[in-house]
Design a protein around this ligand. Structure first.
Ligand code: NAG
Ligand code: NAG
Ligand code: NAG
Ligand code: NAG
Length: 306
C-alpha cells in the first residue's frame, strides 16, 4: 500500500478488523457493511483490511469481487471463483455448476470475501447470492462496501460501519503528502496556512483532497494557492453537495495531450482491470504519445496529429 492511503484511516482499519474478529453469530457466515459517500475511500479501507498480514493469516481463503452497478449473481459467483483460483472461468457455465465449484472450494474453509461497491438493493438478488455464500465454515466473513444505507438494510445489517471524512489534521497531512510528495520539511508558512484552508474546504473527502493536492503539486507561488482557495468551483460544490466540481477542475488542469490519454480510458467498462503496457500501446497506436514528444522537440509549435 502507498503511504497516503493509510493517512487518517488507521483507526477505521482497526475497528473493521475488530468487527471481523467478533465471535460469529447464528450463521456460519456474517457480514460487515461499510457505508459512506463516494470519494471517502471505502474501497481503499477495505483493501487495507484485506491486505493486512494478520487478517490474511486468520482466514483460509480470501476473495475480492468488485460488484458495482451490475449485481448479477452468476457473475459474482464466477468472479469469486476467479479470485479464489486465479484462473479464468468459462462464461458459459451455469449458475448451478458455478455454485457447486464454489461449494467444493470453500466447504469447511473459513473465508473472507469483499464485495466492493454494491448499488443494487433488490432483496431477491441478495437472498440468492447469500444462499451461495453459506458454504463456508463458521467464522467466515463478508465485507460489503456501499454508498447506500438501504443496501446495507437489504442485507440485514442494522448498524453498518459509517465511514466519516478525515479530521482536519489528517486532511492537511494528506494534502501535504500529495502536494509536496514526501518532502514536507520546511513547507513555506504562508503556503501552509493557505493549504490548511483548502484542505478544510474539502470536508475530509480524500478523493477531493487528492485531486486538489495534484493541482497544487508543482505550484509553489503563494498566489497560485490563493487562486485555488478562492476558486468559483467551491460554490458549485456546496450548491450540488458534491465533489464533482473538484474532479472536473483537476481534469481541466490536464494538458491537452494528457486529457486525450485520460479520456481514452472511458472506453473501458467500469471497474475494468486494464494492463498498463496494453494501454500505453493503444495510446501509441493513436499517436497520442507522439504529441508529447513533438511538443518536447518543437516547444509550442506542435500540432495535433488526429
Ligand atoms: C474449485 O474451483 C475450480 C474452478 O476455479 C474447479 O475447477 C474445481 O473443481 C473446484 N474444486 C472443487 C473441489 O470443487
Ligand atoms: C437491481 O436489479 C434489478 C434487476 O436487474 C433492477 O430491476 C433494479 O432496477 C436494480 N436496482 C438498482 C437500485 O440498481
Ligand atoms: C513563502 O513564499 C513566498 C513566495 O511565494 C514569499 O513571499 C514568502 O516570504 C514566503 N514565506 C515564508 C515564511 O518563507
Ligand atoms: C490549472 O489550475 C490553475 C489554478 O486553478 C489555473 O491557473 C491553470 O490555468 C490551470 N491549468 C490548465 C492547463 O488549465
Amino acid at each position: 500500500m502507498i503511504k497516503s492511503d493509510i493517512i487518517g484511516r488507521e483507526d477505521d482499519k482497526r475497528k473493521i478488523i475488530s468487527l471481523l474478529r467478533q465471535p460469529h453469530e447464528i450463521q456460519n457466515v456474517s457480514l460487515v457493511a461499510i457505508v459512506g459517500i463516494g470519494g471517502l475511500g471505502m474501497t481503499t479501507l477495505a483493501q487495507l483490511v484485506y491486505n493486512d498480514g494478520e487478517i490474511k493469516k486468520s482466514f483460509e481463503k480470501s476473495m475480492w469481487v468488485c460488484v458495482s452497478d451490475n449485481f448479477d449473481v452468476k457473475t459474482i459467483v464466477k468472479n469469486m471463483l476467479e479470485s479464489l483460483t486465479k484462473k479464468k472461468i468459462d462464461d458459459t457455465l451455469s449458475l448451478d455448476t458455478l455454485q457447486n465449484m464454489l461449494g467444493g472450494n470453500l466447504s469447511s474453509k473459513r473465508y473472507l470475501l469483499v464485495l466492493d461497491d454494491i448499488w443494487n438493493d433488490s432483496f431477491e438478488k441478495w437472498d440468492k447470492l447469500w444462499t451461495c455464500l453459506m458454504c463456508g465454515a463458521q467464522g467466515s466473513k463478508v465485507i460489503v462496501t456501499t454508498r447506500s444505507r438501504t443496501v446495507a438494510q437489504t442485507m440485514g445489517v442494522c448498524v453498518p460501519y459509517a465511514l466519516n471524512g478525515l479530521i482536519l489534521e489528517d486532511s492537511w497531512s494528506l494534502s501535504k503528502n500529495i502536494a509536496f510528495r514526501d518532502d514536507t520539511t520546511g513547507v513555506n508558512r504562508t503556503l501552509e496556512s493557505t493549504g490548511k484552508k483548502i484542505a478544510e474546504k474539502c470536508r475530509g473527502v480524500p478523493l477531493a483532497i487528492r485531486s486538489l493536492g495534484g493541482i497544487l503539486k508543482n505550484k509553489r507561488e503563494e498566489n497560485e494557492w490563493g487562486h485555488v482557495l478562492r476558486g468559483d468551483f467551491w460554490k458549485l460544490c456546496e450548491e450540488k453537495d458534491s465533489i464533482m466540481p473538484i474532479l472536473k477542475l483537476s481534469y481541466r488542469n490536464l494538458s491537452l495531450q494528457q486529457k486525450q490519454c485520460f479520456s481514452y480510458c472511458s472506453l473501458y467498462p467500469k471497474d475494468w482491470e486494464f494492463k498498463k503496457g496494453e494501454l500505453i500501446q493503444m495510446w501509441m497506436t493513436h499517436g497520442y504519445l507522439e504529441m508529447f514528444s513533438r511538443r518536447a522537440m518543437h516547444g509550442r509549435c506542435w500540432k495535433p496529429i488526429c
